[in-house]
Design a protein around this ligand. Structure first.
Ligand code: NI
Length: 177
């Protein structure tokens, strides 16, 4: 296992559409996913997409920690997971603002409009198809990571740039309020 170098915003790999994974069960895909999980835990983060580690492939790793879940019965906890060649379907017209950060945009956070409920599908490392309907934090993480596979970074989704700032300043401001 290895901790991989994370591409930061401005690197071309982050704004290109990633390639379909030809064989989700290939040993090099398993190795990449294991290294991505280690890199995500080390950061620490809750999600990491292959383009963020300079691999233009349609896969990401993520987790839904219990403490980060919202009060939504469909916001289910999940340990470290891999999703290969994913599809995402937004189940509502409604969008809610959710605070997000990104390991490729260190030190910053923003409120980003996201669908509160989604259906997603994809493959795991054994080639099994995974399909889930989720809400809350879980839905937000998957939308953020999926966007990376299409070369979309969260600032490209923002609707209110006043809700964008350095984590340190936002935390200080919230504490003072
Ligand atoms: Ni990100």
């Amino acid at each position: 296992m290895a901790i991989l170098k994370i591409a930061r915003m401005g690197h071309p790999v982050l704004i290109r559409r990633a390639e379909t994974v030809a064989d989700p069960t290939a040993p090099e895909i398993r190795r990449l996913a294991a290294d991505m999980m280690e890199t995500m835990e080390d950061a620490p983060g809750v999600g990491l997409a292959a383009p963020q580690v300079h691999e233009s492939l349609r896969l990401f790793v993520f987790r839904v920690p219990d403490g980060r879940r919202e009060q939504d019965p469909e916001d289910t906890p999940l340990g470290n997971s891999v999703l290969i060649n994913p599809e995402v379907e937004l189940l509502t017209e409604e969008r809610v603002l959710r605070w997000e950060g990104c390991l490729s945009i260190p030190g910053l956070r923003a409120a980003v409009p996201r669908a509160p409920r989604i259906r997603y599908a994809g493959f795991d490392l054994d080639g099994n198809r995974v399909e889930r309907i989720v809400g809350g934090f879980h839905a937000g993480v998957v939308q953020h990571e999926y966007d990376h596979l299409d070369g979309i970074l969260y600032p490209m989704r923002m609707s209110d740039f006043r809700l964008f700032g350095f984590t340190e300043e936002l935390t200080r401001a919230a504490g003072a309020a």
